[in-house]
Design a protein around this ligand. Structure first.
Ligand code: ASN
Ligand code: ZN
Ligand code: CA
Length: 344
């Protein structure tokens, strides 16, 4: 709080020109935000970590970005600061979503920021949160399937893994793992909506800004009908827990879309969706803000490391009962949306 903040801006890859709070440093500025717990962004210099399971023996650097006039980046891919602008902005947007909507300051809820590393490795087609360094890491993508993986929804997805880890701590395998992944997709989408950025507007797609033609689809994942990705499950079944967690997440992503928007075909924010139900029912949505409030309370109050899909139904019903009453439209909508994805 005693550190002086300077208001600058940056030209990002995906979000246009965005505001940035930075830290004066001598005659220059450091890409570190004193208003959001000291969150900063550094350059991994195309190096990688060397880790054995969870213990990292060598870590890629996180050399803080600096700028002479506090106007960061050119927005061009060949400018190393451009991806850094997106990453810092994505961390800001995630911080603001959790603080503005849920009253949570920072990933751990302790007011402390995290840090980002961009330009990790070479042609690296992923981004990840690491509880060990309490940091985010972004690859540049190979340029054909992926561009730099620094979009708002990817930032929100990855940092929400940190929130899950500090709260329910859902085990990253089987049904709890699917719920862990879905939590990140749901909040990744809600972070994007909350940011209200006209160059990267809210939607129910994950990764639409980072995929390129070589990927073969227009997004990584789809909440309205998760099977649009060719692998994710739309409906619960007894073998769901055998799927990779990025596919068993589909059932909860589908639940989340149905709870927010309802079943059937509709256009939201200029994007067309078509969400079927697994049982032929018709369900009505209660809006994405209530989805976020219910899922956040379920995650932080009721879910545990071993929560499975039946447990998620119970947790979200408990949360909806707390927030709106057990006789409410919202409580009934939660039950109906889970039944519509065969959890019930
Ligand atoms: N992008 C992947 C994810 O968030 C990376 C990982 O941690 N497995 O699931
Ligand atoms: Zn994930
Ligand atoms: Ca999106």
């Amino acid at each position: 709080d005693t550190v002086e903040s300077a208001s600058g801006d940056g030209k990002s890859l995906y979000g246009g020109t965005v505001p940035l709070e930075t830290t004066p440093s001598g005659s220059s500025y450091r890409l570190e935000d004193p208003t959001r717990g000291g969150t900063y962004t550094g350059d991994a210099e195309n190096r990688t970590d060397l880790c054995l399971l969870t213990v990292c023996l060598v870590r890629a650097p996180a050399t803080p970005f600096t700028d002479a006039d506090n106007h960061w980046g050119t927005g061009a891919a060949d400018d190393r600061a451009s991806a850094a602008v997106d990453a810092q902005y994505g961390t800001d947007a995630t911080w603001d979503y959790y603080e503005d909507v849920h009253g949570r300051r920072g990933i751990a809820g302790d007011g402390k920021g995290s840090y980002n590393r961009v330009h990790y490795g070479t042609r690296y087609n992923n981004a990840f949160w690491d509880d060990g360094c309490f940091c985010m890491t972004y690859g540049d993508g190979d340029g054909s399937a992926f561009g730099p993986l620094v979009s708002l929804d990817v930032a929100g997805h990855e940092m929400s893994h940190g929130v899950t880890s500090k709260t329910a701590a859902l085990t990253y395998s089987g049904e709890p793992g699917g719920l862990n992944e879905a939590t990140s997709d749901i909040f990744g989408a809600l972070v994007e909506w909350h940011a209200d950025n006209s160059a990267d507007p809210g939607d129910y797609l994950i990764g639409e800004k980072v995929v390129r033609d070589g990927f073969g689809r227009n997004a990584l994942r789809y909440l309205d009908r998760p099977s649009r990705d060719g692998s994710s499950a739309d409906c619960w079944s007894t073998s769901l827990g055998d799927l990779d967690v990025h596919y068993s997440s589909g059932v909860a992503n589908h639940f989340a879309y149905l709870l927010a928007e309802g079943s059937g075909a509709r256009t939201v924010g200029g994007v067309a969706y078509d969400s079927p139900t697994c049982d032929g029912s018709t369900v009505s949505g209660i809006g994405r803000d209530k989805l976020g409030d219910i899922w956040y309370r379920a995650l932080t109050v009721y879910m545990t490391s071993s929560t499975d899909y039946a447990g998620a139904r119970a947790a979200t019903l408990s949360a909806a009962g707390d927030l709106y009453g057990t006789g409410s439209t919202e409580y009934a909508a939660v039950g109906a949306a889970w039944s519509a994805v065969s959890v019930g």
